[in-house]
Each structure stands twice: as C-alpha cells, then as structure tokens.
Design a protein. Structure first.
Length: 253
C-alpha cells in the first residue's frame, strides 16, 4: 500500500487524511508527539508518527499542511529529496516551494472548508506529470479541477477557497430575514439548511440563470425578492468580493 506523508497535523491535514485513510498508508510529521497521537486518535486508524527535526523525506510523497509563514523553518528541518510535494498553502508559489524544499516535483492545491465532510472543491496546478495522481489524491475529499496557471489558482482561491464564507453570510442573512418577518429562529435555520442542501444538488446540472428563471413567475414573490437583491447591489457585491480576495491572494504570493 502506497504511503502519503503529511508534513503538519492541523485541521486540513486531518480532513485530507480522512479521505485517504482507507486506500493509503499514512505517515504524519509534526513538532509534538502528543499532538501527533491526538491526530491518530481523531483519525481512528493507525498512522506512522515522526517528529519534524531531521526527518528524511527521500523518495516520499508529501502533503504539506503547515502555516505559510512556517515554510522556511519547516523546510530547514527536513533531509533527503521527496518524490513529489503537494502543498495546500494559500499564496505560497510553486517557485517558492521548489526553492524551499528538495523535491522532484511540486503541485499546488487549494481545498476549501468542505474538505472536512469530503465535499471540497479543490483546485490544482503545477507539474503536469502529476496531474492524474493529484486528481486521485485530492479527489478523496471532493471534486477537483486542474488549472493552467498560478494566476488561475489565485482566482480560484477567491472563489472556492473563500466562497464558504460568502455563502455563510448569505445563509445567515436569509435566515435573519425570515426571523424579521416573524418565523421562529429554529424554523428559519432548518429551512435555510434545507434550501442550501437542495440547491447544491440542482446547481450541479442546471445553469444559475435557468434556475432563477424556473422559480421566478411574473409578478410573483420571487420576482419581488429578486428585485430587492438587485436594488441592494448584491450581484456587484459578489463580483467585488472575488476581485478583492484575488488581490489579496496576489499580495500573499
């Protein structure tokens, strides 16, 4: 069974490991053996645990899940040359990763919060020789999409990486609106969650414009509410959110 070595033992590492644990042997490397043991307990399967200092990465497939600010410090503690490095670090470029780590190949990946429930939308870019493998590995936590450049993955970070926060704002606001009109909070939250669950299925195969047209009858309730959203400039707000998040992603790079 092939081994995947995680450098870092945080929440994203745990989420990815959850998706991989049935098909791969897992190895986790970190600074604290106590935290590594806690990682293993949460995962529910046995993993190889190693401390970071002088860890030998020779020929290994690495999943880099540390904080971007710790790249230089972590790389200095490793020895040997990795087969390939998969990085989940936002804003850390391929060139920085190649300079910092001794590895034959690098692939940048951008999972999102839904990785914790194996429903991530993960974007990928890097060494094309590992495109197929990247789809297989990161496909364990949801859907994947290979992009042709780092500019595109920075834009995708603004959309899929930051997107859960935008949708959370919309979800909370819709529930608040229902409460304002007199619906009980528990009922509003339950209905909102059902709405998002069903919409997630519909948007897989139907264009957003067609979904909107399908529910908006002339002079009806949806048309009235939709008009209010347009008056409030919600569409432009969403477009600006992607623009500003992309700018920040470029700054981080």
């Amino acid at each position: 069974m092939e081994t995947i070595t995680f450098i870092g033992n945080g929440n994203m590492a745990l989420s990815i490991a959850e998706g991989l644990k049935s098909e791969y042997k897992l190895e986790v490397v970190g600074r604290s053996m106590q935290k590594l043991e806690a990682f293993e307990q949460k995962l529910g399967v046995e993993v190889e645990r190693s401390l970071l200092e002088n860890f030998n990465i020779e020929g290994k497939t690495l999943m880099l899940c540390v904080k971007p600010a710790n790249v230089a410090e972590v790389s200095e503690k490793l020895k040997g040359k990795a087969r390939v490095l998969y990085s989940v670090l936002a804003g850390v470029t391929l060139s920085t990763l190649k300079t910092s780590f001794n590895t034959n190949a690098v692939v940048r990946t951008m999972p999102n919060l839904a990785a914790s429930v194996q429903k991530s939308m993960t974007t990928l870019t890097g060494d094309t020789a590992f495109e197929e493998e990247a789809h297989k590995l990161l496909g364990a936590i949801g859907k994947t999409r290979w992009l042709g450049s780092e500019k595109e993955i920075d834009i995708a970070t603004a959309l899929a990486g930051s997107g859960p926060a935008y949708l959370a704002l919309v979800a909370e606001a819709l529930a608040d609106g229902a409460v304002k009109q007199g619906l009980k909070r528990d009922d509003a939250m339950a209905i909102m969650r059902g709405l998002f669950s069903g919409f997630g299925e519909l948007i897989e195969t139907i264009h957003p414009a067609l979904l909107k047209d399908g529910v908006m009858s002339p002079g009806g309730t949806t048309a009235a509410g939709y008009g209010a959203l347009e008056e409030a400039n919600v569409r432009n707000g969403c477009i600006k959110a992607i623009e500003e998040a992309y700018k920040k992603a470029k700054e981080l790079s």
